[in-house]
Write a protein that binds this ligand. Structure first.
Ligand SMILES: [Mg+2]
Length: 229
């Protein structure tokens, strides 16, 4: 291979860390099957967090969200997509762009007709994360996931995400057993994200390291794309 071709081939294999976010409970307050703009209440600190990842770290921010409300027949794909476009605009307007949204509409028990099934994309399965990693050449081990449910942590762990941050807004951190760190405010996730990006939390991703309890970090402690299976 000629040197120029080698350079291009090397560049094409370069990977990036990413910030993965759950949607309901992390981006917007989870008031139950949110699917309209008037139902959206943004979680305090979310714009600063996304802006930091996107502009300071130059990481793609990727939303991975179970949306079984679609499968349950509570709202449709069109409503989900309309809300997603609105969310993308709101974040872009605050200089905090979200690169991609992935959602999974299925539910193994409550889904209607073709939606009644489990799916590799439905958290705790890691399918959305793995698809994003393939689509955006993401280095999962250098990436960070923030979620508010054990299923988020399980999906991140199964995908090999290097830092799993449990956002324990309900202060029931006993359920965040797979989290590497637990925060009670989103603002507390920002220094963890920065430390991980700088390699200061590399030990968290080291399988050889002795198991450590969840780290209490909070002492009060291109055009956006959109995917579905
Ligand atoms: Mg959630």
């Amino acid at each position: 291979m000629a040197p120029a071709q080698e350079d291009r081939a090397t560049a094409s294999r370069q990977t990036t860390p990413a910030l993965f976010l759950d949607r309901d409970g992390v981006i917007n307050v989870d008031s139950g099957f949110v699917h309209r703009v008037d139902q959206v209440e943004f979680v305090p600190g979310i714009f600063d967090l996304v802006g930091f990842a996107a502009r300071q770290l130059c990481w793609p921010v990727v939303v991975v969200t179970n949306q079984a409300g679609i499968g349950r027949g509570l709202f449709g794909e069109a409503e989900y997509q309309a809300l997603t476009r609105w969310l993308q605009h709101e974040f872009e307007a605050r200089a905090a762009p979200i690169a991609c949204f992935y959602h999974c509409p299925y539910h193994p028990e409550h889904g209607i007709d073709r939606y009644r099934r489990d799916h590799p994309w439905r958290k705790p399965n890691p399918g959305m994360l793995l698809q994003a990693a393939s689509d955006l050449t993401i280095d999962l081990a250098r990436s960070v996931l923030i979620g508010d449910r054990p299923t988020d942590m399980a999906a991140g762990a199964a995908a090999g995400v290097g830092l799993l941050i449990g956002f324990d807004h309900e202060r029931t951190c006993s359920v965040m057993t797979q989290a590497h760190a637990v925060v009670h405010e989103l603002t507390a996730a920002l220094p963890l994200l920065q430390a991980h990006a700088e390699g200061r939390h590399r030990w968290l991703a080291d399988a050889e390291a002795p198991p450590s309890p969840a780290l209490a970090a909070d002492s009060s402690i291109e055009k956006s794309r959109n995917f579905s299976p």
